[in-house]
Design a protein around this ligand. Structure first.
Ligand code: GLV
Ligand code: MG
Length: 362
């Protein structure tokens, strides 16, 4: 057993002190780029400020013979680009791959001061995070880094899902979790071949109107497609909230289907996620819009806060607004919206303008 007192001690002499709280930095879109793809890499400096997070991907989708080029490309981009408020993340190769050790031992000394978060794929349990935690501390100490790198785990194995709570609590570096629907489907032996999203076969059907077997066979009944990922996302959200870290939807592979992409992202937002991956610039706009509280939601939330807190109240008791009861608990829900809107407005001028207009016309 490790004493609670030791939890926030650096794991290597000279490594920076672990953070006690993970900052809630806007990360609505984690936009993936392949640093070995010269055309894509050349666009990265111009994308600063267009996505909350730019993420140099070294893992799946980068060909084995391009792994070194991707790593080198990321070093070059990180050194040559001024990222300002945009975060730079990377997804390194999996811990059991031939590339992970070189990824981490190359990136941390060279660009550890530029990187915000290291995404670790295929995390199975707390032991994976403990390994990365100590290794990062040793590398940070050696490189003289002043700020600890944060770790984000992708939930994409059945064992990872079974161990989700212990993964989230395994290190003060843990920043968040992403759903990895493609690898997770394969590992669970699910029978979908899509990257994220729903499946028309996963449905429930309206009850028959008659018990007559012929009518049951021949009458058309409405079906409702269900969400394959609901259970996993709900577990992720609870595990992350328990440990004060952030949950994300992962990839949505059907780039042409912007509508279904938006639906999946919105479900994740409503359930508690703070962002999603973007695999194409068109998905950045969707993620930024969907993971920002709507003007209507912010208007309502501010009215509830005003009614219960500002107008002389202390946030307790109940009031009626538009025929609906609002109390201490709905005030807390509204504060989640208001605080998120305030954080996002600081980095998104268009959003700030929309929310500010509300002040004039509440
Ligand atoms: C992402 O990495 C996934 O496997 O879906
Ligand atoms: Mg994966």
């Amino acid at each position: 057993m490790r004493s609670a007192k030791d939890f926030f001690r650096p794991l290597a002499v000279g490594a920076p002190e672990p953070l006690r709280e993970i900052p809630a930095r806007p990360s609505r879109a984690l936009h993936f780029f392949d640093p070995s793809n010269e055309k894509m890499a050349a666009k990265v400096p111009g994308m600063v400020g267009t996505a909350d997070v730019l993420l140099g991907n070294l893992e799946d989708a980068v060909r084995a013979d391009n792994k070194v080029a991707a790593r080198e490309g990321l070093l070059r981009i990180a050194r040559e680009t001024e990222f300002a408020a945009t975060q730079l993340w990377t997804r390194v190769n999996a811990l059991d791959s031939p590339w992970f050790l070189d990824d981490i031992t190359t990136l941390v000394p060279a660009i550890g001061d530029k990187l915000d978060v290291v995404m670790i794929p295929k995390v199975q349990g707390a032991e994976d995070i403990h390994y990365v935690d100590r290794l990062l501390a040793q590398l940070e100490a050696k490189a003289g880094l002043r700020r600890p790198l944060l770790v984000h785990a992708i939930l994409e194995t059945a064992r990872g899902v079974a161990n989700v709570e212990e993964i989230c609590g395994a290190s003060p570096r843990m920043q968040g979790l992403s759903l990895g629907p493609a690898d997770l489907a394969a590992d669970r032996r699910m029978k979908t071949t899509r990257v994220g999203g729903g499946h028309p076969g996963y449905l429930v059907r309206q009850d028959p109107e008659s018990a007559d077997p012929e009518a049951i066979r021949s009458t058309q009944r409405t079906t409702y497609q269900q969400d394959l990922w609901h259970y996993t996302i709900a577990r992720m959200v609870d595990a992350c909230a328990t440990h004060g870290i952030f949950p994300y939807y992962g990839p949505f592979g059907d780039i042409a289907d912007l509508v279904a992409c938006e639906d999946q992202f919105r479900n994740a937002f409503l359930l508690g996620c703070v962002g999603a991956w973007s695999l194409h610039p068109t998905q950045i706009e969707i993620a930024h819009r969907v993971f920002s509280p709507s003007v209507d939601d912010v208007r309502h939330a501010r009215r509830v806060v005003a009614a219960l807190q500002v107008d002389g109240g202390d946030g307790t008791g109940a009031v009626m607004l538009d025929g609906k009861m609002e109390d201490d608990a709905s005030l807390k829900q509204c504060l989640v919206m208001v605080e998120l809107a305030e954080q996002l407005a600081k980095v998104d001028p268009a959003l700030a303008e929309q929310y500010a207009a509300l002040e004039i016309d509440p």
